[in-house]
Design a protein around this ligand. Sequence first.
Ligand code: PLP
Length: 401
Amino acid sequence: MDNVYAPGKNHLFVPGPVNIPDPVIRAMSRNNEDYRSPAVPALTKILLEDVKKIFKTTTGTPFMIPTTGTGAWESALTNTLSPGDRTVSFLIGQFSLLWIDQQQRLKFNVDVVESEWGQGANLDILASKLAEDTAHTIKAVCIVHNETATGVTNNLAAVRKILDHYGHPALFLVDGVSSICALDFRMDEWGIDVALTGSQKALSLPTGMGIVCASPKALEASKTAKSVRVFFDWNDYLRFYKMGTYWPYTPSIQLLYGLRAALDLIFEEGLDNVIARHNRLGTATRLAVEAWGLKNCTQKEEWFSDTVTAVVVPPYLDSVEIVRRAWQRYNLSLGLGLNKVAGKVFRIGHLGNLNELQLLGCLAGVEMILKDVGYPVKLGSGVAAACAYLQNNIPMIPSRI
Ligand code: PLP
């Protein structure tokens, strides 16, 4: 029985963990299996090939690790860097802050490039740092592709261009936790050395699997990287890959079958269509926010995120109250503002296996809550703006034409 029952479905609009589609839930509803039997390695082998598609890589080596996004960060860092190594890392919100904190606790020499929350990574500063660094002391550039706390998407192609412009050999490490499988992401084309994601985000799985993908250059770096690592050591995986048994330690059988089902759904829809759907969801949400007369935390269009929108509330309102009311009265889960923007923003997550009409339910709920807390919103205004756009832009469902 539910701990806190409410009729109907919970409208889960936090930016992860997200809704799990029914076919994935069914695929995971199964017993444990012996992961040393021939069946699990056979399943794993195909999964390792298929996850490369969501990173858009043919040359990368993926690791499916029983962990979360935070563990995936640690895997990326400890396998490629040594204590004392200089990294350049962008601080633009809570998740980039936490990654920087991890880098510092792992004893890297972190060159923090800070921007106001709501802005993207300052790439001019990156360019000047790379230009000055003729001795190549910078060993890695670390960037969160999509800052989930503020709804800011960074331009990874531009980062690559700057690295190439200065012929700088630094590794390019990318957190794709709230972008991969939802936003345009091209590991090979953008020369990303380590990319990572977590299962509970756009893959729409339960939490518990971190997927890390390493370029040949990153694998080479792992041979000399001196950071202490045990659980996250890529070498252990690589040994088992060679043996064809794949798992150095026990995988979650249920998550493997869930991942199979999740990838099947993504491939059936088509990754490009998935990305286009997220763009529609993001655009519709932004139109609604505008119609409500509220501000997007993201300051410029070039950084707008198609997976999460952080909505700034007027100073006389507390966004914590909005989030609490959403859950208590409307069975709607919105994301809280974190750290610097706590109380000032609430977040609408629009990622994963989600369609436009589900989003409209959320937008309708937000309107009622805004009215509840005394904001002068015209009921239906945001929903109407979103509908006007969606009605013109939702394509036919390919499998139903
Ligand atoms: N990176 C980003 C961009 C995130 O949004 C999150 C979590 O929301 C994380 C990393 C950390 O992931 P986890 O909570 O799975 O450890």
